[in-house]
Design a protein around this ligand. Structure first.
Ligand SMILES: [Zn+2]
Ligand SMILES: [Zn+2]
Ligand SMILES: [Zn+2]
Ligand SMILES: [Zn+2]
Ligand SMILES: [Zn+2]
Ligand SMILES: [Zn+2]
Length: 475
């Protein structure tokens, strides 16, 4: 975060003047640029194109508490149009069109990127409690400063649920007692979706908690129902990764620890959604040395790193292979003519029904490789017709990469920032930095043009005024 100290007392930054000297405005602008570069490294994508024209897509969203009605806008608008507003980061949500500059945001709303104003409301946008800052079944507000629990996103309703509310241990808790750990599954569907959505429930009743399905239910007696042994290949890759990430010490919340954890666990919530690849290479994943045993399912270990976002195609919604691989797997199952789903039970006998009868919460946890394990025979496939994200990875809009940014930090930044909750504050910092930086430049311009020196007192005055401005804003 840019502050007075960062600007004046940064001996390690090239081009940043020492605090004891008076200096020229040009020095300060150089210092600014050095800091901007750091900001770009933290969040290295461009904020100059609103996603409105893409229509309803899955994309990272930000709800604005300052503008009317808590409407949500795209990542670019969150910076360019609502940079100084009180925002709630919602990460990826599907079927959503940017509401910046639409009627639903209130009369007179205008998008500063596109100059769109008072456009018709996007009626297909679904707003829920998340957009007002409440999350999980418990409805707790999310505060990145104080939230200590992990949060995981439901694949169906896309709400973020506390690990604790799901009956899971914290990801740092490596006591072997926990019946189900966050590493033991890839995605989850929350009990509300199972109980309230008839289509989700039908699938859950058939598969969840049934031996051999990898569709897990967690019993109150600490029993795990439906877990399967994964092929050794996957298991060892997973172990290797956990070992690597815990090497720095489970208790230390260091930056490295955070970073490696970010590559591992949070992808649980977004594995399927972040693993888009151009259709020319549907299954090959950068950095994965082992042959992918499952063709189209998102293996989280292999889909985490993807530096395939070119500067051109990166700006548009990526169309992944949906059609052909869908057909391929469908015809493969159909050709065999056999159903590989567990036998259809009388619904009353299914573990999900038993859970509901006993007042247990039927949260469903999907083990690695889940997407390719559904039976797609002609009887089973129709069950998924309104739940395409159970069959295929979704297209996700990712904010285009800034061409000046470094690839390596891009990988890390995207995964870390967009898929993890709680997360660090880099995005907020960048947003604050951008606006502050603009004002500082305005402040410095007369000095730069006149060639006069800038003193510590000048800078102090600037930051004093900033502070006052901020206090007024919050009062
Ligand atoms: Zn937008
Ligand atoms: Zn706003
Ligand atoms: Zn906008
Ligand atoms: Zn909760
Ligand atoms: Zn849900
Ligand atoms: Zn079947």
């Amino acid at each position: 975060m840019l502050n007075r100290d960062a600007l004046l007392f940064s001996p390690t930054r090239e081009g940043v003047p020492s605090s004891d000297d008076n200096f020229y405005a040009s020095d300060l602008i150089a210092a600014q640029e050095a800091l901007e570069e750091e900001a770009r490294e933290a969040v290295p994508y461009r904020f100059d194109a609103c996603t409105y024209d893409l229509g309803y897509v899955k994309q990272p969203l930000f709800a604005c508490r300052t503008c009317l009605n808590h409407r949500a806008v795209c990542a670019a608008c969150s910076v360019a149009c609502h940079g100084e507003h009180d925002l709630i980061e919602l990460f990826n949500r599907r079927n959503f069109r940017c509401d910046c500059g639409t009627e639903s945001m209130g009369a007179g709303s205008c998008c500063s990127i596109s100059s769109r104003n008072d456009a018709p409301a996007n009626l297909r946008n679904k707003y829920d409690a998340n957009f007002e800052g409440r999350f999980c079944f418990c409805g707790r507000p999310y505060d990145p400063q104080t939230e200590s629990d992990d949060m995981l996103q439901c694949l169906h309703c896309e709400d973020w649920c506390h690990a604790q509310c799901l009956g899971l241990p914290h990801s740092d808790d490596d006591s072997p007692a926990a019946p189900l750990r966050q590493d033991d599954f890839d995605q989850l569907i929350c009990w509300r979706c199972v109980e309230n959505d008839a289509e989700v429930r039908r699938i859950a009743e058939r598969h969840a908690g049934v031996e051999g399905t990898g569709v897990i239910l967690l019993d109150k007696g600490d029993k795990v129902l439906g877990k399967i042994d994964l092929p050794a290949e996957e298991a060892s890759a997973e172990e290797a990764q956990s070992a690597g990430s815990s090497a720095s010490g489970p208790a230390a919340a260091t930056a490295t620890d955070e970073a490696s954890a970010a590559q591992e666990k949070p992808l649980k919530a977004a594995t399927a959604s972040t693993s888009e690849h151009p259709s020319s290479e549907p299954t090959v994943v950068a950095g994965d040395s082992s042959p992918a045993p499952l063709s189209s399912s998102g293996l989280p270990n292999s889909t985490k790193r993807h530096a395939t976002v070119g500067s051109d195609d990166g700006s548009a919604l990526k169309k992944a292979k949906v059609d052909h691989s869908d057909e391929a797997s469908t015809t493969a199952s159909a050709a065999k003519g056999t159903c590989s789903a567990p036998p259809s039970l009388d619904a009353a006998e299914s573990p999900v029904r038993r859970f509901m009868r006993e007042g247990l919460k039927p949260n469903v946890f999907l083990q690695e490789g889940w997407m390719s394990r559904w039976c797609r025979c002609s009887q089973c496939l129709p069950m998924f017709v309104n739940l395409p994200y159970l069959l295929e990875e979704e297209d996700v809009f990712e904010p285009p990469e800034d061409p000046d940014a470094h690839k390596s930090t891009f990988d890390l930044g995207m995964e870390h920032l967009l898929n993890r909750m709680p997360r660090d504050q880099a995005l907020d910092s960048v947003r604050a930095f951008t606006t502050l930086s603009d004002r500082l430049k305005t402040f410095l311009r007369p000095h730069a043009e006149g060639g006069t020196t800038v003193t510590k007192e000048h800078i102090q005055a600037f930051f004093d005024a900033e502070q006052e401005r901020r206090q007024q804003q919050h009062s």
